[in-house]
Design a binder for this molecule. Sequence first.
Ligand code: PMP
Length: 365
Amino acid sequence: LHANQLNFSGGPGALPQAVLDEVQQSIQCVPETGLSILGISHRSDWFEQVVFELERNVLSLMGLGSDYKVLLLQGGATQQFTMVPMNFLGRHDGAHADYLDTGYWSAKALPDARIQGDIRVAWSGRSENYARLPEDHELLLSPSASYLHYCSNETVEGLQFNRVIGLPGVRRVCDMSSDFLSRPGQYDQFDLMYAHAQKNLGPSGVTLVVIKRELLEQVPKGLPSFLDYREQARANSILNTPPVFAIYVVLLATQWIRQTIGGLDAMGEINQSKAACLYRVIDQSDGFYRCRVAHDDRSIMNVAFSLPDPGLQAHFLAESALLGFSGLAGHRSVGGLRASLYNGLELAAAEHLAEFMSDFAQRNG
Ligand code: PMP
C-alpha cells in the first residue's frame, strides 16, 4: 500500500484515493468550468450549485429532510464552541445549558461557552481520567436547559457514544467532528450537529453545521453577522468568501460516500470492520497492547492503545514508520498510540496494521 493509504493520522486525515485523483485534476481544471478550482469565484453559478448539491448530499446521507439546513462555516469546530452558546443559550433570567465533559474535546468547549453565560456540567469523566462514558442514570440533566451539548466521539481518548443522550424537550447539540458521516444514526434527534471536514470528509478550512431550521428563528438580534447562524443561513453559506476549495473537496467526498460506498449503512459497516480487526489484536495480545477505555465505549474511529513501556512504544513507532505507516502517535496530551480510521482509510490498511501489530507483539512480547 502507498504511504497515503497507511495514514492513520488523527486529523487532517486520510482521504479516499478516488477523491484525491479528482482533486488533483480540479487543480488544473474543473471539467464543467474549464478553470482551476483555486481560481473560481465564490459568486459563480457553478459554486452556488456546489453548495446546493453538497447540502442535498449531506441531508440525504443522514436521512434528514428540508426542516434542516446545512451551513458551511469557517473557524473550525472551535468556533462552534462560541457560536452555539452565543446563539442558543438565551438571555432570559436563569438561562443555562448542560454540557457533558467526557474527554479532551468536550472539555475544550467549556471555557469558551462560559464566556457566554451559565454552563453546567451534567457529568464529568475527568476524575476517572476519561476512561469511560456515562450511563443515563448518572447524568444530572436539567429539563429547563436551553440545550445539551456533548461530543459523539472523543478523538483523543477514543470514546464513542452508541446512543443518543438527553431529555425529550431539551435541544441536543453535538460535536460530531470525528465521526460525522461515518455511520448511520438517529440524526433527526439532534437540533444542531457540527463537524469540521478534516477527518472524514476533506481538508481543513470548512466546518459543517446541520441545524434545525426552526432554531434559526431563536437567534438573538445584534450578533456579529459572521457568528450569527441565521445570517449565515440567509446567505446560503456565502456571506463572505468561503473556502471554495475545501468545500469542493467535501462535495467530492459526499459523492464518493453516496455513489462508491453506497451510503452510511455501508460506510458504517466498513468502519466497524476496520476497528474490529485492531481491537481483536489488542484483546488477544495478553496485555501487551492495552486499551484503557471501557469496552462498550470504544470508538470505531480512533483506536487508542498503549504498550507496557515508553521504550517499546518508540520502537513501535520507528518500526511502523519504516514500513510506511504514519500518524500512529497518540495525542500530545495523553501520549500512547492511536490509530485513526476515518472514512478515507481502507479496510486493507487497517488489516495491514493489525498484521504488523500481531507480528510486533510476537517479536517483543
Ligand atoms: N472537536 C473534536 C471532537 C475534535 O477532534 C477537534 C480537533 N481534532 C476539535 C473539536 C477542534 O477542531 P478545530 O481544530 O477544527 O477547531
